[in-house]
Design a protein. Structure first.
Length: 189
């Protein structure tokens, strides 16, 4: 896979896209997109945790909209709704095609809703393991790799429980709103 061509294809579709050789470099690039005092939220993303981005964001300069601080399911849902109005939403994608199309599945819908519309900026860390050859391969990877692993992580009865909403993003109409950092290492599911 040619990462230069991937970045070029993402940019042609209106995404801001950069390549980072390592998780550490990806975190620094993500932080460079995040002005101090911005409100920041995130969806369930193993990638942003594995890379250390979440830890860095929690250690300082931002106003956090953190659903994990909720004491009840109702409070958690309300915090997830608040996340849709954040300045910045952190996430990943389940799959990205070499021609620059993004794909996600979601159990609650907050992550895909934030990607589609809401936060002023979306920053996504995407491990090299999530890149697939064609748009036709996106859903297959999400269902056969990401869904089972996420269902297991969340202790769901089966991997179909995580597959409530599917979103394919082909173009970023608000040019540069979605920032994709392709990481030259495996990251997340």
């Amino acid at each position: 896979m040619n990462t230069e061509k991937l970045i070029e294809n993402l940019k042609k579709r209106g995404f801001e896209a950069v390549f980072a050789t390592s998780k550490a470099e990806a975190v620094e690039k993500a932080l460079s997109f995040m002005p101090e005092n911005s409100s920041v939220s995130w969806g369930g993303s193993v990638s942003i945790e594995e890379a250390g981005l979440l830890e860095r964001v929690k250690s300082g300069k931002y106003t956090l909209i953190d659903r994990d601080k909720a004491k009840t399911p109702e409070e958690r849902a309300e915090i997830m709704r608040q996340g849709l109005t954040a300045d910045i939403f952190l996430t990943s994608f389940n799959a990205v095609s070499e021609d620059g199309v993004l794909f996600n599945i979601d159990g609650n819908g907050n992550r895909v809703a934030a990607i589609a519309f809401g936060p002023k900026s979306v920053i996504a860390l995407v491990g090299i393991n999530k890149i697939v050859p064609t748009e036709a391969d996106l859903e297959k990877r999400a269902l056969s790799v990401a869904a089972p692993k996420n269902a297991q992580r969340l202790k769901l009865a089966n991997d179909q429980d995580i597959c409530a909403t599917f979103v394919k993003t082909r173009v970023c109409r608000a040019k540069g709103r979605i920032k994709i950092i392709v990481v030259g290492e495996e990251l997340g599911y």
